[in-house]
Write a protein that binds this ligand. Structure first.
Ligand SMILES: Nc1ncnc2c1ncn2[C@@H]1O[C@H](COP(=O)(O)OP(=O)(O)OP(=O)(O)O)[C@@H](O)[C@H]1O
Length: 294
């Protein structure tokens, strides 16, 4: 059913001039998920989010939102906050919300007002005079006032102090709990991913090398640590990243069956940080299959 998958990206490729940013990128975000998009600087996260929001048309592949092609038809179902929460700096908070009402047929003024009040945004303050945290809260109120089914946020927590981070994630979680909105947000801080997200997408080498529910992703990997002389125990395993440190090695592998015995190698379920770091460092060119939630 198309409505089970909020966002389906298939074979998307995009380049800016000679620089290829996305290559055969495929991933799915289930409806109701809070998904983190993780990737190194310049990995193409903003490009992918803009394609998902329908504001950038990729050169190749398809992007579907609740089963329909991204673009004008589904725009009203999407709330998009681009990087640095761009808003009109000369407008006041009240004028910004009124603009939201004018531009969006499904506008929920009471909801936008509640969110602005919860953020203690002064009606008459100019956007240009707001702090980064206040601007993010206003951009969120604007995006959520649309009553979107899919909320796409490009680094919503960047530049926020710990209190503002907690307030923004609290507002997001409230929205998810009350309305079941699907969220896709890009993030650099593993703790943010851990505290907010239940699904993770890792973008590396222009592809989604991992796209899965967080717990399933952790279950599907093992961290192997052992003496370098036992590195042969990795033979036959799908190694994501292998690092040697003196006489020891550490490897992240895709788990396939029980770990082999007979060596001094210890096999652990990785932490989310170990999983993400290994994938980001490896920057593998080949795509990984989706991991099932089972
Ligand atoms: N409009 C554009 N014109 C030319 N190059 C662009 C444009 N937008 C992005 N790029 C380039 O595409 C690459 C990917 O950029 P993108 O912003 O999507 O990455 P990102 O993963 O969001 O990075 P970051 O984490 O640093 O925000 C970068 O090399 C960037 O310089």
């Amino acid at each position: 059913m198309p409505d089970d998958i909020a966002l389906a990206v298939e074979g998307v490729g995009h380049h800016f001039g000679a620089a290829t940013v996305l290559k055969d990128c495929t991933l799915g975000v289930p409806a109701g998920a809070v998904a983190a998009l993780v990737g190194r600087n310049g990995a193409g996260k903003s490009t992918l989010l803009r394609a998902a929001a329908g504001v950038l048309r990729p050169y190749r592949g398809t992007v579907r939102v609740f089963g329909r092609p991204a673009g004008p038809d589904v725009l009203r179902r999407i709330g998009f906050v681009a990087q640095h929460a761009p808003l009109f700096r000369t407008l006041t908070v009240a004028e910004t919300l009124r603009l939201g009402a004018r531009l969006n047929p499904r506008w929920d003024a009471a909801h936008a007002r509640r969110l602005a009040d919860a953020a203690a945004l002064p009606d008459r303050a100019r956007v240009g005079a707001l702090s980064t945290g206040q601007r993010t809260r206003l951009a969120l109120a604007l995006a959520l006032g649309k009553r979107p089914d899919l909320l796409i946020l490009d680094e919503p927590l960047a530049g926020l102090d710990p209190v503002a981070r907690a307030e923004v994630t609290g507002a997001l979680m409230g929205e998810v709990a009350e309305r079941g909105v699907t969220v896709l947000l890009s993030a650099h801080v593993v703790a943010d991913v851990e505290s907010v997200c239940d699904h993770v997408v890792v973008l590396a080498g222009g592809r989604a090398v991992l796209s899965a529910p967080v717990e399933a992703a952790l279950d599907a990997h093992r961290l192997a640590v052992g003496p370098a002389r036992d590195a042969a125990a990795l033979a036959g395993h799908d190694v994501v990243e292998l690092r040697r440190d003196g006489a020891e090695f550490t490897a992240l592998v895709r788990a396939a069956g029980p770990p082999p015995g007979g060596t001094a190698v210890a096999w652990h379920r990785p932490t989310l940080e170990e999983l993400l770091l290994a994938h980001l460092r490896a920057d593998r060119p080949q795509p990984a299959p989706e991991v099932s939630a089972a």
